[in-house]
Design a protein around this ligand. Structure first.
Ligand code: ADP
Ligand code: MG
Length: 357
């Protein structure tokens, strides 16, 4: 059972942390572990204190965090999927939009969590596989269509990583999906930066639109749900990259999308009427998939190495803040829940519009 059920009212965003194993490079650089996860919930940053002095760390601001679940470095992809995202897939089939973000510094494990490898597929692939399974279980009483688009936001431009101009109608074949997404990922803009030579400087957004038609008496009922799975660009500060080259503009734009995302999150946390979705391409794409009656999950990815202490602390702070985002509970009085989300054609139109701008 997914942990999202733990919050049965669905009244806020779910936030998870995933620690990746120490890399060979980090070991060779003499890294020490500076993160401890206890009871799959509590995260301790231990660099400046004795590793086992949890009680003391609990009193030090910014050294102890608690999330809906925290995944130690041994956690399997399937467990990350079932705990964080499986409930959202169920919601999408019922016409409720769902969004999963991976947030963290370059190299922290975002792409591994979202896409994974052929042998260890990640959330994107497992979600689509599960979607097909669930559709098969219920398709005796209606018709489903599943459309997929894989977009990149890079330097405030939107690019289609799979099929320019239109969403792809998806047929059931897990292998095909993995290949498709891997191909898409190869089309992602990756530029060498000073902090990490193969750092991905773009946001990748997989959107799966499920349309479900069934007969209710003599009338056809259509339900549309959209699942957005997002592999954000590295969250490290632009200041750490080369400011003299063209990349500083790019850094500013990456930050523009991340900043806009933060502003939207702040507005949602504070319950403001106006949420500034229009401030960046990323947030424009997510305007019906963030806050409101949408199920939202954030996975913060972190490295265990003390060499990344600062980035890890920043990521944990961001994730801690995101916990406060309120979403609307799914109740009969909540009309927004029953308003059909943007249809896939509206979505295609929006993408074309954003590409033109
Ligand atoms: P990011 O997308 O955040 O820049 P990656 O997902 O590319 O980071 O991860 C960096 C490296 O660490 C990759 O080689 C990846 O395979 C590996 N890695 C990340 N997370 C895990 C994990 N949970 N288990 C095993 N290897 C991982
Ligand atoms: Mg990546």
């Amino acid at each position: 059972m997914g942990a999202a059920n733990a919050d049965a009212t669905g009244s806020r965003i779910m936030v998870f942390v995933r620690l990746r194993p120490m890399s060979r490079k980090e070991k060779e650089a003499g890294s020490k572990t500076c993160v401890k996860i206890v009871n799959k919930k509590d995260v301790y940053l231990t660099e400046l204190a004795s590793e086992n002095d949890y009680l003391r760390l609990k009193r030090v601001r910014g050294r102890h965090f608690c999330f809906d679940a925290s995944f130690p470095d041994s956690t399997a992809q399937a467990e990350v999927y079932s705990t964080s995202t499986a409930d959202l897939v169920e919601g999408v089939l019922q016409g409720r939009n769902g969004t999963v973000f991976c947030y963290g510094a370059t190299g922290a494990g975002k792409t591994y969590t979202m896409l994974g490898t052929m042998d260890n597929p990640g959330v994107m692939v497992l979600a689509i596989k599960d979607l097909f399974l669930k559709v098969r279980q219920r398709s005796y009483d209606g018709n489903h269509s599943i459309q997929l688009s894989y977009l990149e936001v890079y330097n405030e431009t939107v690019r289609d990583l799979l099929s320019p101009g239109r969403p792809l109608l998806l047929r059931e074949d897990k292998q095909q999906v993995m290949k498709l997404l891997q191909q898409g990922n190869q089309n992602r803009t990756t530029e060498p930066t000073r902090v990490n030579e193969t750092s991905s400087r773009s946001h990748a957004i997989l959107q799966v639109v499920v349309e479900y038609r069934y007969m209710d008496g003599t009338s056809v009922v259509t339900r549309v749900g959209k699942l957005s799975l997002i592999d954000l660009a590295g969250s490290e500060r632009a200041i750490a990259t080369d400011q003299r080259s063209q990349r500083s503009l790019e850094g500013a734009n990456i930050n523009r999308s991340l900043l806009a995302l933060s502003s939207c999150i702040n507005a949602l946390v504070e319950g403001k009427r106006h949420v500034p979705y229009r401030n960046s391409k990323l947030t424009q794409l997510l305007k019906d998939s963030l806050g409101g009656s949408c199920n939202t999950v954030m996975i913060a990815n972190i490295s265990p190495s003390n060499l990344s202490f600062g980035e890890t602390q920043n990521t944990l702070h961001w994730a801690d803040r995101a916990k406060e985002i309120k979403t609307k509970p799914l109740t009969a009085g909540n009309e927004e829940v029953f308003k059909a989300p943007d249809s896939d054609t509206d979505q295609a139109k929006l993408v074309l519009e954003l590409q033109k701008e």
